[in-house]
Structures are given as structure tokens and as C-alpha cells.
Design a protein around this ligand. Sequence first.
Ligand code: ADP
Length: 550
Amino acid sequence: MLSTMQDVPLTVTRILHHGMTIHGKSQVTTWTGEPEPHRVTFAEIGARATRLANALRDELGVDGDQRVATLMWNNSAHVEAYLAIPSMGAVLHTLNLRLPPEQLAWIVNHADDKVVIVNGSLLPLLVPLLPHLPSIEHIVVCGPGDRSGLAGVAPRVHEYEELIADRPTTYDWPELDERQAAAMCYTSGTTGDPKGVVYSHRSIYLHSMQVNMTESMGLTDKDTTLVVVPQFHVNAWGLPHATFMSGVNMLMPDRFLQPAPLADMIERERPTHAAAVPTIWQGLLAEVTANPRDLTSMANVTIGGAACPPSLMEAYDKLGVRLCHAWGMTETSPLGTMAHPPAGLSDEEQWPYRVTQGRFPAGVEARLVGPGGERLPWDGESAGELEVRGPWIAAAYYGGADGEHLRPEDKFSEDGWLKTGDVGVISTDGFLTLTDRAKDVIKSGGEWISSVELENALMAHPDVAEAAVVAVPDEKWGERPLATVVLKEGAAETDYEALKSFLAESGIAKWQLPERWSVIDAVPKTSVGKFDKKVIRKQYAEGELDVTQL
Ligand code: ADP
């Protein structure tokens, strides 16, 4: 029997229309570095997005599912692009402005982008690449920045504000199939070539609803969220769509992502929520320790993208800011888990849950797979690779304009689940604890050592600002851990024996303790601010690190 229910497609267009009407008074505030930030309401964003869609179609000839790229910071114009481009049936392609230029060019060509909307301040990045980007026919420049480099370039150049001025504020939005492509995002290529994940209208819609659930970020129109996670990093974790659905105000940092301006904007604009990777929160903590600011408005923070050291959570607890750990990937839209403890527990009882990666929402099914492909139980002990499936989880990667979508065997199981490459355990009540990425885990004499566990324990030491542990080859054991540490300013001279004893005292088994140590100035970071262990392994292999062996 078929249901009797209406079959209304779940589209970004509906999110746009809902936000601009029902939540027309909610605001997007963009930091400008000037005395006053830039403020615009959802109603205005909606009207401007509509004018942008008219301009893209009538002036630039964007048609069908052509790709329109953005090379932008987090700001209100970027939100307009987020809503306009998918709603007209085209595909939004957010470009990661921190990628090496050759990777960026590879991605633009692979996606066959026709238009790029670029912030003026990012032109020095784009202009030298243009000779290698034959598919780009139009450049739309938005916001402050020197335009002189654009003289004589091949694509046509437009000014964003001029382009959308005087366009109609209505658009005959097409009735789209909800399974159609809405947006695409390439993985940051931490391992190998970047891979394109193509989100559908439906996946974005359902993911936005999940983000808005109380068991996830649970924000309403009384909230303001500080969106530090870049709009090019998995759609800023879905926040621009989710906020438009429930009228949550957004505070956008634009290019002011250093700890000092972030602390200033929190003190001044008093967001109630924020989202960013751990390195941002480490930096902000150092800033407010040196120059105290009031962060107390920000009662809830979503932290993810890399493991959050428990010591960081504790430090923020003391500032009245509660970090809630979340796990996800570009392939999972990204919301995969969030670590809200179950009901009825004291603070102390909540702690072991808070330091896990969290619990799966109804839309994400999970299973653990052992080395021989066997299913492992959820007993909090059996460690295996995490596989997931659900309506906002990727089933394939973009295969290029003429190619079929790709389903590499190491990323997708035969029965269609995503192989995450993350290794961990799941408790009987469904909380995930990741021990490592499969490629980062240290295989010592047939046993596994978790690099993340060692890092978390090291970062709890009062002299240690950051620590990254990688596997290095060892004649006897196959692999052993190398601990690289960044000391806090003013820390005493390094005593590796003392650090090793500290690890032992914090419960690390004796055979897991590193014997190779190195103090470094900073942990190398990836384009989205995660520890880049690939670089440390290479530095070690090439003898660039000053290593002490105990
Ligand atoms: P990339 O793979 O290029 O780093 P993604 O942002 O898609 O880009 O990274 C997803 C990966 O980040 C996950 O597979 C996992 O290894 C890691 N990750 C994300 N959130 C967490 C977390 N809370 N704890 C530990 N690792 C995490």
C-alpha cells in the first residue's frame, strides 16, 4: 500500500523561503575589522539571494546543474550564495582557500566550475591560478580588496554588489528533484587526491533538521552562533542551512580568525554557541589566559573535526564554556555523533561520556568491523573500523563531468556502507570512542597504540601547549611512537624523563610509552586546522627533527 502522504521534495529552496519569511528578523552579523560589524536580516539575505540567482541566470548564463564556486570567508554574502545557487538548480562548490594552489586548481578543473564568487581579499590567491582554470568564464568579486590584479584576465569580471543591484526580487524557482546535486565539497586530501562529495537537496534538508535537534546543536531563534568552522569545510558543519531553518542568528568572523579578534567578537556580540576545530579553541584559550575576556555568553560550543583533548574541555569548563564533542567527516555532511551524556547523571558521572566522540543520531547507523571483515560487538572494548550509513552519508565520490561516480573499495563496503578509516569502540549504550585514524595508529609488535590517547595525556601536562604523536619505523617492534611536543611560553626546560613518567602516572601502559621525543615550535596543521601528521612523519624520515632517544 502506498502512503496517503504528500510527496513534497526536501529542497534548499524551501529552507531559503522559510528562513526569509518566518525568520525574516533573524540576523547575520559579519565582523569587518571596522568599529561596526555588518548586519543583515534573513529577509534581506533572502531578497539578495533571489537577486543573485537572477543575475547568475540572466547575466552570467548559469544554466542547469552548472557549478558555481565560492572562494570566500564566512560572511553574509557567502550565505546568500549558499541559498541562491542550489535553489536555482545549480551546484554550489565551496573552495578551500587554504589548499596548496595546485590542489585548488585540480579541484576547480575536476568540478568544471563555470563561475567563481571570490572575496576581494582572496584575489592574490585566485589571480595567479587563472591561466590554469580554463572552465572559469566569470569572476564575481565581493567585499574589500585590491582589484588591480584582475586587469587583462581572461574571464569576465563582475562586482558582486553591482551585479545583484536592480535585479528582480522574485524568481521562478524550479521545482527540483530532492535527490539532485545541491552542493559539493572536496575532502581536504589529508590522504591522497581530494575526493568530491556531492550533497543532495534531500541530504542537506535532513541533515539540517538533525543539526537543529536538541540532541545535536539544538539552537533556536534566541541563539546566536559564532560560525568559526569555515563555510568551505563541510558546509560549516551544516550551520548556514540549519540556522535558516530555525532562525538562529549567525555571527561570521570573515577573515578575522586569529585568537584576539575572535575573543573581541565573543565579548562584544555575545554569541550563545560556537563551532570550530580544537586548534581554534587552544589558540583562544591561550589568548584569554594572557588577556582575559568575558566568554560566558557562549554556554555551548560544538568542537570536532579532530579529537578534543579532555584537558581542553576542563579548561573551558572553568571559563563557563561547555565544549560538546562531535565527530564527522566531509562524507557524513558532517554530523555523525555528538557527546551529550544520557539523562540523570551527576557532573562527575557525565564526564566519561563527554570525552567520547558521542552518540549516533537516529539518521546514522553504525557498525564496527574487525581486521578480517567480521562484525564486532558494541561492548566498549572491541576496537575496529567504524562504518556508517544514512540519508546524509556519501555513497560515492564525484567522478568528473563525463565519468560515473566512484566507489573505491577502501572507502565503501560491498553493501554500500561508508568505511570511515576511523578506529574505535562503541559502548553498549551507543557512545563512540575513537582511538585513532587507521593510518595514524601505531602498530608496535602486533599491538596497537593509540596516538590520540598519548597526545591527550601529554596535553594535560602544565608545560605542554600541543603534542602530536606519530608512528616511526622501529627494527624490533615494527613501529614505535615518536612524541613531538610544543612547550607553553615560559615553560621550564624539557625533561623528557619527567614527561614520560607523567604519561605513566596518567595511566598509559608501560609498553606504550614513547622512547623517542622531540620539542618542536608548532605542530604542522592541515588546511582545516588539524594536526598534519603526514608532515611530521616526513620530517622525521628526512632527519629534520632533533630527536632524543631515552
Ligand atoms: P580530512 O579527512 O581531509 O581531514 P574531514 O574534515 O572530512 O577531512 O575529516 C574527517 C576526519 O576527521 C574523520 O574521519 C576523523 O578521523 C577526524 N575527526 C573528526 N571529528 C573527530 C573527533 N571528534 N575526534 C577524532 N577525530 C575526528
